[in-house]
Ligand binder design. Structure first.
Ligand code: HEC
Ligand code: HEC
Ligand code: HEC
Length: 134
């Protein structure tokens, strides 16, 4: 009887591990280049693509402060922001522009402005911090 239970428990555990493995199969990227899709209107002539130090951020800020649609219960899908934030309308709160520039976190500029107001060293200059001329 005890043997049987142990066997069942082992089988259940194996099924669980097999089911969980693909969900956890993502890498945490170190560097990410964020670029406006070519067919989107350029809002300013100086806007360049942004080299984002994702890894350095991921050790300073918790994942779901940025990946705001993740919960502890999703086991981490971590889809790209742009999978949802794809509208070309700069006034759309779930559009491309506002994901990076809205007033508060989790936008880049929103978080940096907030942390800076509390004495942080976060850069906030458009072309000195993010859209560096090239
Ligand atoms: C400071 C904000 C921030 C933090 C903190 C952060 N991420 Fe990200 N992450 C991003 C951004 C921005 C992208 C790029 C999304 C895009 O290109 O649309 C991204 C992309 C990713 C991707 C790649 C998605 C894909 O398929 O292209 C994964 C995986 C990921 N993050 C996991 C994590 C994990 C795990 C953590 C915590 C250990 C974390 N991130 C912390 C902002 C952040
Ligand atoms: C599953 C879809 C989805 C993903 C993935 C997603 N968002 Fe969002 N985001 C939304 C929606 C929808 C809203 C509108 C408000 C709400 O429902 O939370 C939003 C709102 C926001 C806002 C507030 C905008 C404003 O104008 O107030 C910011 C900033 C933001 N997202 C940044 C990000 C960043 C950065 C990432 C990736 C690290 C990301 N989002 C990933 C769907 C998503
Ligand atoms: C939730 C808060 C938060 C968000 C969102 C965030 N950052 Fe940061 N960022 C930080 C912190 C914290 C630092 C480290 C500041 C310091 O040096 O003390 C930093 C530093 C930086 C730096 C300077 C150091 C380096 O790694 O190059 C750049 C550039 C930068 N962030 C760009 C971005 C971009 C681009 C995004 C959006 C894709 C973003 N950040 C989103 C918190 C944030």
């Amino acid at each position: 009887m005890a043997h049987r239970l142990l066997l069942y428990a082992a089988a259940a555990l194996a099924v669980l591990l097999i089911a969980a493995a693909p969900l956890l199969a993502y890498d945490v990227p170190d560097k990410i280049v964020i670029e406006r899709p070519a067919n989107y209107e350029k809002l300013n002539s100086w806007v360049t693509k942004v080299n984002f130090t994702h890894g350095a951020h991921a050790i300073r800020v918790s994942c779901n402060q940025c990946h705001h649609k993740e919960s502890d219960k999703t086991l981490g899908k971590f889809v790209p922001c742009t999978q949802c934030h794809k509208s070309d309308d700069p006034t759309d709160e779930s559009g491309f522009y506002r994901a990076w520039h809205s007033d508060g976190p989790p936008s880049c500029l929103g978080c940096h402005t907030l942390m800076r107001s509390k004495g942080g060293k976060n850069p906030v200059g458009c072309t000195s911090a993010c859209h560096k001329p090239r």
